[in-house]
Design a protein around this ligand. Sequence first.
Ligand code: C5P
Ligand code: MG
Length: 241
Amino acid sequence: MWRRVASFSPFISSTKSSILSQLVPTMKIWESFTTEAPIPVNHGISSKDSTPFITFVLGGPGSGKGTQCAKIVDTYGFKHLSAGDLLRREIARNSEYGSTILDTIKEGRIVPSEVTVRLIRREMELSDNHKFLIDGFPRSEENRISFERIIGAEPNIVLFFDCPEEEMVKRVLNRNQGRVDDNIDTIKKRLKVFEALNLPVVNHYAKKGKLHKIWAVGAEDEIFEQVRPAFAGCEQVISES
Ligand code: C5P
Ligand code: MG
């Protein structure tokens, strides 16, 4: 069964708040999101027959998350949910929040967690799959805590693709996917945000024994060989459909 997490420590400590206030957009910009009623913990997902099996995928821009997710999907049959793709889809469909999300992505900042978690939750509810690979999430402690609060669940496994900065920059500049944020100025901002906000998330899951750190340099198949052991011991759960 999904476990609802009852209480949380504050996600912004006083020492970190000044850095975070520079990196995370002020909630004023996002009034349209926050004026809505609080999202109740969802019972649609938790009442599905199978208990969801959740894998979070962490890593900087260009660390190879998407490439490895495709291999995980092929091998283990997960439903892949890329937080970045879900946000870009909101921009493409010109939703009422699309232009604000676009501005945030162009600046390499983090979209307020409630927005991103709401998009993830909708996809989880719509899916028949019970295995979810949530890519590019959580990007911050705020993301992590919002997921626990709104979805009422924690990940079973967390993968962290660890990649040197020069390698990430090289890959992003070479990938040519037409993204508004794959330019050197935005990449620098994204890396700064990543450095400031990712480590606490990594440490949190390391302490819980859920983190699998993967050295994300080398051939795709070699990297995937480091991914496989993370799912060892879960085969029975993840082979159920
Ligand atoms: O993961 P990806 O590189 O596709 O993310 C692109 C951008 O989407 C990030 O730089 C950030 O602006 C936004 N994003 C976010 N919150 C997430 C994931 C992505 O705000 N959890
Ligand atoms: Mg991606």
